[in-house]
Design a protein around this ligand. Structure first.
Ligand SMILES: Nc1ncnc2c1ncn2[C@@H]1O[C@H](COP(=O)(O)OP(=O)(O)OP(=O)(O)O)[C@@H](O)[C@H]1O
Ligand SMILES: [Mg+2]
Length: 249
């Protein structure tokens, strides 16, 4: 079986067209030689569309509460816009991309985080559909929406989904591409390597905050589940000559 790479494409990157051409070309080329899964978020795009539809949100401890109106905008943007842009560009560059979400084939089953409304956290990955696609030479592009056991649709953090999928498939590599060149220390210098045992202190001391928290927690989870190489890196530098922060056991 060919080695598998899972890449999470940060929603923050979708609006930066400067480096996208290089990124899509690189992924298309790699995905023709090895198995590849792309998971994506869409934070900034969702915010723009919520404003356009005049959907106001309340926040719980700094996290958005997703009500039923927000959820329909979230799914429309993730599956209808961001996922379409990514598959279109990948196909244009020669990849065999297929856009799905965690819902399709019950690939990701989640559990509701009640205090945040229609927000879920993954509890199970069903590998069947993704396996079928990979075996047939397709590149699955997965939007971060899933259903719970009762079928209710939930918005799920894309970092957490990427990590769950990488762990379930025992991927060789998991790479989080984002809008910063890696994890900063308290002096805003990139930390080249982080050990699993050091993560709690970095979060406790508020060196790692906000959107970096689910990313680093995803890294820890996957490293513990035997994913060999785990990175948080700059979307601009791409994945061939990857630079950023590596997370090690
Ligand atoms: N120690 C840290 N080092 C680097 N970035 C940090 C750190 N702590 C918090 N951050 C924040 O984390 C952000 C990256 O996470 P964010 O969720 O915003 O992007 P993303 O996950 O790439 O996009 P999306 O959530 O839309 O998929 C950075 O832009 C930065 O503001
Ligand atoms: Mg994020």
């Amino acid at each position: 079986m060919k080695a598998l790479t899972v890449v999470k494409f940060g929603g923050s990157l979708i609006r930066n067209s400067k480096f996208q051409a290089k990124f899509f070309k690189e992924i298309a080329e790699i995905s023709r030689k090895r198995r590849f899964i792309l998971v994506h978020g869409g934070g900034p795009e969702i915010n723009v569309m919520l404003e356009k539809f005049f959907v106001t949100s309340k926040f719980v401890n700094g996290l958005r509460y997703t009500d039923v109106d927000a959820l329909s905008v979230v799914e429309m943007v993730l599956s209808g816009k961001v996922n379409r842009i990514l598959t279109t560009e990948l196909i244009k560059n020669g990849a065999n991309a297929v856009g799905i979400s965690g819902k399709d084939g019950k690939s990701v089953i989640c559990k509701q985080v009640k205090e945040l409304g229609f927000v879920g956290t993954p509890i199970k990955v069903n590998k069947k559909l993704i396996e079928v696609l990979l075996k047939a030479g397709f590149l699955p592009v997965i939007a971060s929406i899933a259903q719970d056991v009762a079928g209710n649709v939930m918005n799920v953090n894309a970092d957490t989904i990427a990590s769950s999928i990488a762990s379930a498939f025992m991927a060789e590599k998991l790479i989080f591409l984002t809008n910063v060149p890696g994890v900063f220390d308290k002096n805003k210098k990139i930390i080249k390597e982080i050990k699993v045992k050091d993560v709690d202190v970095l979060i406790k001391n508020k060196v790692i905050t906000g959107g970096m928290i689910p990313k680093i927690k995803g890294c820890v989870n996957s490293v513990k589940k035997s994913v060999k190489e785990v990175w948080i890196a700059d979307g601009k530098s791409g994945i061939k000559n990857i630079k950023g922060t590596v997370i090690k056991k």
